[in-house]
Write a protein that binds this ligand. Structure first.
Ligand SMILES: [Zn+2]
Length: 157
């Protein structure tokens, strides 16, 4: 999934909690940002393993090799899941709300990465040297999420 989807899913889930009076918008924003920054490990992997500091190169490798799970660090795997879950559980005692925001961001990210939808139709383009191959279903999901977020906040387009 692309960064906008990794942001929108935890953000909208957190906005539902806002609507229920359990969360605030700042925490919803944190959940969304955490959902996106999990993928910084593609960049870290690029630096550590290949000594390549190019963001463009890390992005393109992540897009081209995403289906074979390349270019990721341990936070995308079982070991990281156990470590992060332990940290989040310990953090619950300090702040239930922040822990929940981090939980939404991290777990929604892993869930979305684990989804394998076999619809091959993609919108392919290159912009500023960055390769994009966005699946059409992801674009539709993003539009639905944005509309749902607007609906939750009683905003009109
Ligand atoms: Zn990821």
């Amino acid at each position: 999934m692309y960064p906008q989807t990794h942001f929108l899913v935890p953000f909208v889930l957190a906005e539902i909690l806002v609507k229920l009076g359990l969360f605030n918008h700042k925490l919803a924003l944190i959940a969304g940002v955490v959902g996106v920054i999990i993928d910084l490990d593609h960049y870290l992997h690029r630096i550590i393993i290949h000594h390549d500091f190019s963001v463009k190169s890390a992005w393109n490798k992540a897009i081209l090799q995403h289906d074979i799970h390349g270019e990721r660090t341990f936070i995308h795997h079982w070991g990281g899941l156990i470590v992060i879950t332990s940290i989040l559980l310990a953090f619950v005692f300090f702040s239930w709300h922040i822990s929940m925001a981090l939980f939404l961001g991290y777990y929604s990210h892993l869930f979305l990465d684990g989804l394998h939808i076999h619809i091959k139709k993609r919108w392919k383009f290159k912009e500023g040297g960055l390769i994009f191959r966005i699946p059409i279903y992801e674009i539709i999901l993003d539009i639905i999420l944005v509309l749902f977020a607007l609906l939750l906040n009683n905003l009109s387009i």
